[in-house]
Structures are given as C-alpha cells and as structure tokens.
Design a protein around this ligand. Sequence first.
Ligand code: PMP
Length: 424
Amino acid sequence: MLTTKNSNQLYNRSLNHLVGGVNSPVRAFKSVGGNPLFISHAKGANIYDVDGNEYIDYVLSYGPMIIGHVHPHVQEKVVKTLEKGYSFGATAELEIELAEKVCGAFDGMDKVRFVNSGTEAVMSAIRLARAYTKKNKIVKFAGCYHGHHDALLVAAGSGLATLSMPGSGGVTEGSVQNTLIANYNDISSVEQLIADHDDIAAIFLEPIAGNMGVVIPTDEFIQGLNRIGKEHGVLIVVDEVMTGFRSMFGGAQKLLGLKADITCLGKVVGGGFPVGAYGAREEIMNCVAPLGDMYQAGTLSGNPVAMAGGLATLEVLEKESPYDFFNTYAQNMQEGMLSLANEKGIPLQVNRFGSMINPFFTGQEVKNYEDAKGCDTNKFADFFWKFLEGGLYIPPSQFEAWFLNTQLNDTHLNRTLEAFGKAI
Ligand code: PMP
C-alpha cells in the first residue's frame, strides 16, 4: 500500500485556502478518486512525494520537463541569470537569443512574441488571426484544448474532458458565438463549416492531439487542412504548446507536412518556467503592436529568468537530439504494454508520437474525441492507483498524454513494464 499520510495532511490544509486544494483542476485527482499527492522534489527522471515515495515521472509538469528535472545546464544558466536581476521591463539579450533559436527551428517563422503561458499564446493568436484577416470566426476541433481563454473553452479536452464538463460557467454566448466546432481527423466536417460560413479567420488545431489522450492525425486530414488554408485564405494556427520540441527540434508540423500560418508554443520552450510564444511570417507578425494595430502586452513577458530556463533547455535538446531515443523508448513501451494487456485479454490501445504516449482502455482505435470518450475511465482509475503503487507517476486522467524525458533508460523502461504487468 502507498503511504500517503503526509500528502493527506497537506491536502486537508490546502483545502482551506486553495480551491479544491489545487491551482489547476486536473491536479485534484477528482476523476480517479482519492486525494492528490503532494510533491517535495524532483530530480532527473524521478519525482518524490512528501511521504518519501519515489516515482518515475511521466507527467513532467504536463510536458515542460523534457530533459528531466533540475538539469545541471538549466540550473547553472538560470541561477547566473537570477543573480543579475529578476525582471527589468526592458528587452534583454536572452530574449533575442531565444527568439533566434525558436525562429530558426520553425519554417516560415520570421518573428515571435513571448508571453507567459500557452493560454496567452493561443489567446493572442486568435486576436492576431482576426486582425490580419479582418474576419471573425474561428474553427476548433472537439477534444482539442488550447488553454482557458473564453473563445476556445468549448468542446475542449484536458480537464474539461476529465471532469466531463461540456464547457465552462462564466463564458458568455457572445464569447463563443464566433467559435465553430469540427471533428478531429474528419476533413469533411471542416469543409462543411467552410461552405456554411464566409467569415472564417482561422482553423486552430493541435497537430498531434494530446488533450483527449494522444490522437494522431491522418495524412488525409493534414493535407486537407493545407488545401483548405490555401484555397480559402483561412489561416492555419498550429497549437504546438504541447508538441513543440517534443518530436523533433521544432514542431510536429514539419514531421506531418502541415503548413502553419501562426504557431503557438509553451511548455518546453520555457523548460519549466512560465513562457508561451506565438510566431509567424513577418507580414502577419507585423500586425502586432508596436508595429501594427493588434495590441498585446505583458509586464513579465520575456522575463529573463524564464528565458534562461527555456534557452538552456533548447540548447540541451539541440545538442543531444534525443528524438530517436524517444521513438525507440515509446515503441518499446507501446509493444510491451500491448503484449501484457493481450496476455490478460484486456482491451487496450496505445497511441504514441515522439515523446508522447497514451494507453486507452478500449478495444476500438482512438481517432477523435468520441472514440476517446468511449474508453473505460473506471478501469483507468483502478489502473492509475496501481501504477502509483508500482512507482510510476502518470497523469490522473485517461485524457492526458504521458511524456518522456531524456533521463530515462532501460531500467526505467523495465520498471515501467513490470509495474504495468502487475497493475493489469
Ligand atoms: N494548448 C495546448 C495544446 C495545451 O496542451 C495547453 C496546456 N495543456 C495549452 C494550450 C495551455 O497552456 P497553459 O496551461 O500554459 O496556459
């Protein structure tokens, strides 16, 4: 049995002044039952709770910690930067360096604007798409999550899927009246919207969906979006907040052959510090103030400490290029899980792309939100607690991706499959 005495004590205390004991809903463990764990520290591929339990960390702060926790290169760069001041409200060289690195990694990204979160990046991209095209409507896909900005909080995955919430209270009809919903991997649903509406500014998508669990786009879907973007003058906004720098140095868009007009980033680009970004070709980005009339600003945007964390993380990724390693590890994990589940006759699908992987408790292929919602979430909840007992920290939801980091090795893989075998 897992010892959780100290976590439980902190949980009870947290409930007094933190809503549900957390600062982000999925952390509450609501859909798996039981109290959340409280973390004391993390190092490399491992994370430790306040009762001294050690886990292999497949949550990785929901994505950012791709080179593991407390990496010496990041630590050094961040501490050195910290000693020179925390925030200036003026541009510092680190912002230019990170911009150069990010723009260099994406085709057609001439300029970038740094913000403080993925939500802010996508929220700004909506405004930019509208300012550039002078059109109002936006298309999103059911099950994709783009942050908690009002206009995209409909049919969203992530915590809303986990908590079975169709949308959010407090979002006015006005805020979502220009949001149209299409089905992932169903290009005809996009074509229908294009035929019915002449005021569409942009189509927003996760290039690999990670917020309904991991769902891979078909080539037909990707090529269809490229075609629609070109033929109808609709911008393709690729939300790479989760996928950016995860499957190659740059975005999943390149591997998929998806042509982005605007790209949104977050998570890895800040290496565990609050950074988001949106970037595009010059003509589009020049609409943003101070060059253009689309206003967007931030007191802490481009914060030097956060820039240092992001830059150091990207430096390590560029140097080590761990992407073949991720593919091999994920493939071994997928094959191992499928064969163990098969032996027990338990229906399982495992979707993966680069360093993102996700077991779904279902016998059907998972290609969209409906398929994902058809999974056995009770079985997942049972499995979740057994996994924790086996020393593996995974997201407390069937609908969140598991992430790999560069500090994993064969020992971690063997421990993972051993725990998986015991759990099922
Ligand atoms: N877009 C995607 C694809 C995401 O996965 C997330 C967060 N999980 C966001 C946007 C929002 O980012 P943040 O939580 O940093 O606001």
